[in-house]
Design a protein. Sequence first.
Length: 134
Amino acid sequence: MKVLFVCVENSCRSQMAEAWFNALAMKAVASSAGTKPADDIDPLAVKVMEEVGISMKNQKPKALTPEMVKEFDLIVTMGCIDSCPYSPGKTIEWNIEDPKGKGIEKYREVRDTIKREVENLIRGLLLKCSKKEQ
């Protein structure tokens, strides 16, 4: 299973989701991309993820390509439904607020919300896989 997390700048929310998914999922992998990627990862996003023991220091924003949309089994958009890709049957939307410019407490809130969403996604994927095996 390959999951792609997408937001506009690929500097904060989608990067956190990618990091959480790759830290928590087994036998699945995630990446992230943006429709208008920033030059660098948001330093506050890096900081709040380091607080929970996950490093994003080596991550760089990546541009979303049509090939990526085809390559991944599931696409999760992060509050950018109007400007992010939609592929019927393989896109879900997490309407998660962008914390940019709102202080470190908002970043922590978004980090924790993304973790819960990723955990729910992983549980859902495991259920789906176990039903297919039956």
